[in-house]
Design a protein around this ligand. Structure first.
Ligand code: MLT
Length: 413
């Protein structure tokens, strides 16, 4: 008799975005005439920049020629041409020195943030900001690192939730006790807020003191507009001893359907055996990747490399500016009708307080019924998201403007 991994049964309901798609499709079926504006899942809508398309085309041609054809890629890390560009453009200008064997190219920050927990002990205590990108918590539930789901509290037992709400300005407090694995995502998904260097330093110091590891998701760093916001946790001194960083081309360069990302695991970063022996996480992640992953396609890595050409850089900046202008339109439009909004300045997400203290799912239904707009209920990201709602800026300009108009004219608040 084949037994299942019963940890999966602890997960309540569907994956958040699958549930939203289910509700959207049901509404559309019942109201075929409704022109639904989708500001739910953070999926890009602009096509790949021309420089990337050119890079992809060239790579396809290389694959057609015996002299340039590529089979399996280099073990574990990815192609050096891409890793060198990442070091040169994303890290060196910020004073961060990395070796080539500290960067692992992958097919996405979603899979990497979900898979990374495999190299950690199942007895570790996990801390995460609340609300949170559901992948971090769900992957730890699947691994058996949590207790049962407490329906009333909307929390899993044995997990340390760090509330981020308007009351604390979306800055998580350090855990009262000792935790081992800490998930931080800044600029934050879903709240769109950021941490200053001083605030981030407190986490690095905490991790050092407690021999904890920070899993830092920086998938949205390219959207930072303000000068004093850190793009990488390694801008904080000593962070290489305590942090893994995740980056992605998905939102930065329109790769949500193309799939390319990378994870930085510094060589000085250690975790421990139960006897207290330090073990390099870089070597464990290398072992894991070489066993379970044969790399991101050569063609795709060539497309990602084209992001770093002067044209590629210019083109992605234009696209990011386009989305950030959408964010401004949504933010200011909602504020003008008295809705309290957060984020949307250094991140492509607008986090709003639901009007009249409505609960998040009730507001989801109301917005869909009255304005035919899909967003994401804050509580879907965790209990501290209750009474909040997320809108993405990744739609078209026309839809951003139309959504604001519908908030103003159709929503009865
Ligand atoms: C989101 O909407 O939170 C993101 O699109 C999810 C993701 O990047 O996987």
């Amino acid at each position: 008799m084949a037994l299942i991994n019963e940890n999966y049964l602890k997960l309540p309901g569907n994956y958040l975005f699958a549930e939203i798609a289910r509700r959207r499709d049901a509404f559309q079926k019942a109201h075929p005439e409704a022109n639904i504006i989708r500001l739910g899942i953070g999926d890009v809508t602009k096509p790949l920049p021309p420089a990337v398309i050119e890079g992809l085309h060239k790579a396809v041609d290389e694959m057609a020629d015996e002299k340039t054809f590529k089979g399996y890629g280099p073990d574990g890390y990815g192609y050096e041409f891409l890793i060198e560009l990442i070091i040169k453009h994303d890290y060196l200008p910020r004073g961060v020195k990395l070796d080539k064997d500290e960067i692992f190219i992958s097919d996405g920050a979603k899979s990497d943030t979900a898979n990374i927990q495999e190299i950690f002990g199942v007895g570790n205590t996990v801390a995460l900001t609340d609300p949170v990108y559901p992948v971090y918590i769900d992957s730890n539930v699947m691994a058996g690192r949590t207790g049962l789901y407490n329906e009333k509290e909307g929390k899993f037992d044995k997990v340390v939730y760090l509330p981020c709400t308007a009351e604390n300005n979306f800055v998580p407090e350090l855990p009262k006790g000792k935790v081992d694995m800490i998930y931080l995502c800044f600029p934050n998904n879903p709240t769109g807020t950021t941490l200053s260097k001083e605030e981030l330093k407190k986490w690095v110091d905490y991790a050092k003191e407690n021999k904890a590891v920070i899993l830092f998701d920086a998938a949205y760093e390219a959207f930072i507009q303000e000068d004093d916001v850190p793009h990488s946790i390694y801008e904080i001194e000593g962070a290489k001893e305590v942090a893994i960083e995740f980056r992605s081309f998905s939102k930065t360069a329109g790769f949500t359907g193309t799939r390319c990302a990378f994870t930085v695991v510094p060589k000085e970063l250690m975790a421990y055996t139960s006897n207290g022996e330090p073990v390099s996480l870089n070597s464990l992640w290398f072992r894991r990747q070489t066993t379970k992953f044969n790399g991101t396609a050569y063609i795709i890595q060539k497309g990602a490399a084209a992001v770093y050409t002067p044209e590629g850089q210019k083109q992605i900046k234009e696209i990011i500016n386009y989305y950030m202008t959408n964010a401004k339109i949504i933010r200011e439009g909602l504020e003008s009708i008295g809705i309290q909004v957060f984020g949307g300045v250094n991140a492509p997400y607008i986090w709003l307080k639901t009007p009249n203290g409505m609960d998040s799912w009730a507001f989801f239904d109301k917005l869909l019924e009255e304005a035919h707009i899909i967003g994401t209920p804050g509580v879907g990201f965790g209990p501290s998201g209750q009474g909040y709602f997320r809108l993405t800026a990744f739609g078209s300009r026309e839809n951003a403007e139309e959504a604001v108009e519908r908030f103003k004219t159709r929503l009865k608040i």
